[in-house]
Design a protein around this ligand. Structure first.
Ligand code: G1P
Ligand code: ZN
Length: 543
């Protein structure tokens, strides 16, 4: 075994987005593409020699090849030990869990989350720091800077490691531990939730359908739901992780998880449905003929948190991304705690969690989590719901309706315009920004604009400032329209339009969401000139 140094050239565009570097698999397979980025990660780390790294991915196409390459580069860099999940697999929340439990220096997550996989699909790589969470912007900026000046990378010529057999291996002076990717995570879930109560719920005949979308959530859900909690075999569907997710788009929303939604309809449907995404950090919660909006899910978990053992002592604070609905703010106000509003992307929650300022966090994009790790966590949210339902005996729809009756309903929807022309998307955002100074105080179809700005966030812990995080138009009645461009897409640009309207009146909680938001949809279309600028009369995806 020997380490070789290979000459290379900077490759343009290796800029991490909302959640790591995501590109088409075809790009990641180009010579040096992965190697350049991995070396740039390693070169931007201080004091990593001899330290422990955790490594694994969601099993999508190219995962195994990338794991073998990274192991050889980690050895050449001088890491002391790498903990890798069997098969090169780890869900994103499980990596976060293992980094924290092992006190590791950091971790590398191989995933493009909810983006499709396969040879023509997407691949991604993300660096997580020692708290278990995604690297903050100052780290990702440093990595990006290194990708612009890189001249060489170092790699061991050792043979591939047997990733499928748990055990201890070595490359150069580096130890490699191939570990069970589920065990530590399952143990943590048992600390947080009342497994006896959930087991008793299933024993009473409560039925559930968990759709793992042929992604990495399957092994975790099977071990925990069907194993530890004795839910009937078959509770977990699409539970075998596949390299191309069976051709599905592993994004748990009512559009992409249509199979689950179909099974949750009618009197014979299970009591409870849930789905997770490609890397198992997202969740969708479904009742019988009833979809729970992610923003509502965060608010409901917050309002009922003390029913779960891990949260018995209450919450110190809640944090939500700016486009996420303000339903959680109302719960925070009732609990007398703060609700922080951060830019989109889980990395912004890290400081708040580390500083003990927030317990629960969530995003409208089907992401929910807490201070138990530093990533969002799909199965955690599902277990939290199960714990609450086991404790209060309610159905999903009763629980949600009672929540609305108490706090009011935040009608909410996101409209995505996918794969639009990048220049047109940038121009649309500029067009919006240009209007900001003149919008405040104006009347738009009977809605008075109270605030119009481009969201800027100052981290209350380290003072770092993030600008241009989304154009928001907030109306006097609390309704909001938010526009931003996706930072995770790999084709053209994606415009996200977020719409929210608050309704306190209980007799008006049954309006179809798009109808309830029709005025705001029309205003947004006009202010941003969406149809003319994107060439689209309809969004690609409505959630
Ligand atoms: C999307 C979601 C965002 C989430 C991210 C990673 O990012 O909107 O909430 O944190 O995926 O899962 P976007 O494509 O909007 O930049
Ligand atoms: Zn994900």
């Amino acid at each position: 075994m020997a380490t070789t140094t290979i000459s290379t050239q900077p490759i343009p565009g290796q800029k991490p987005g909302t959640s790591g570097l995501r590109k088409k698999v075809t790009i990641f397979r180009e010579p040096s593409y992965l190697e350049n980025f991995v070396q740039s990660i390693f070169d931007s780390l201080e004091g990593s020699q001899g330290q422990t790294l955790v490594l694994g991915g969601d099993g999508r196409f190219h995962n195994r090849v990338a794991v073998q390459t990274i192991l050889k580069m980690a050895a050449a860099h001088g890491f002391g030990r790498v903990m890798v999940g069997r098969g090169g697999l780890f869900s994103t929340p499980a990596i976060s869990c293992v980094i924290r439990k092992a006190g590791a220096f950091g971790g590398i997550v191989l995933s493009a989350s909810h983006n499709p996989g396969g040879p023509d699909g997407d691949f991604g790589i993300k660096y997580n720091v020692g708290n278990g969470g995604p690297a903050p912007e100052k780290v990702t900026d440093a990595i990006y800077a290194k990708t612009g000046t890189i001249r060489e990378y170092r790699i061991s010529d050792a043979p591939d490691v047997d990733l499928d057999t748990i055990g201890r291996y070595a490359i150069e002076n580096m130890t490699i531990d191939v570990i069970d990717p589920v065990a530590d995570y399952a143990a943590l879930m048992q600390d947080l939730f009342d497994f006896d109560a959930i087991r008793a719920l299933f024993a009473r005949g409560f039925t559930m359908r968990f759709d793992a979308m042929s992604a990495i959530g399957g092994p975790y859900a099977k071990t925990i739901l069907e194993g530890l909690l004795s839910a009937p075999a078959g509770t977990v569907t699409h539970g075998e992780p596949l390299e191309d997710f069976g051709g599905h788009h592993p994004d748990p929303n009512p559009v992409n998880a249509a199979d689950l939604i179909a099974h949750m309809s009618g009197a014979a449907a299970p009591d409870f449905g849930a789905a997770s995404d490609g890397d198992a950090d997202r969740n969708m919660i479904v009742g019988r003929d009833f979809c729970v909006a992610p923003s509502d899910s965060l608010a409901i978990l917050a309002a009922n948190a003390t029913l779960a053992p891990g949260y018995r002592d209450g919450l110190v604070g809640i944090a939500r991304s700016m486009p996420t609905s303000t339903a959680a703010d109302r719960v925070a106000a009732a609990l007398g705690i703060r609700c922080y509003e951060t830019p989109t992307g889980w990395k912004f929650f890290g400081n708040l969690l580390d500083a003990g300022m927030a317990t629960l966090c969530g995003e409208e994009s089907y992401g929910t989590g807490s201070n138990h790790i530093r990533e969002k966590d799909g199965l955690w949210a599902v277990l939290f719901w199960l714990n609450i339902l086991a404790a209060n005996g309610k159905t999903v729809d009763t629980l949600v309706r009672e929540h609305w009756a108490r706090f009011g309903r935040n009608y909410y929807s996101r409209h995505d315009y996918e794969a639009i022309d990048s220049a047109a998307a940038a121009a649309l955002m500029e067009h919006l920004r240009a209007q900001l100074p003149s919008l405040a105080g104006r009347d738009l179809d009977g809605y008075t604009v109270a605030l119009a700005d481009d969201f800027e966030y100052t981290d209350p812990v380290d003072g770092s400032v993030s600008k241009q995080q989304g154009v928001r138009i907030v109306f006097a009645d609390g309704s909001r329209i938010v526009f931003r461009l996706s930072g995770t897409g790999t084709e053209g640009a994606t415009l996200r339009l977020y719409l929210e309207r608050y309704e306190a009146d209980l007799t008006k909680h049954d309006i179809p969401t798009q109808t309830a938001l029709a005025d705001l949809i029309a205003i947004a279309g006009r202010v941003a000139d969406i149809a003319a600028r994107t060439g689209r009369t309809e969004p690609t995806v409505v959630t």
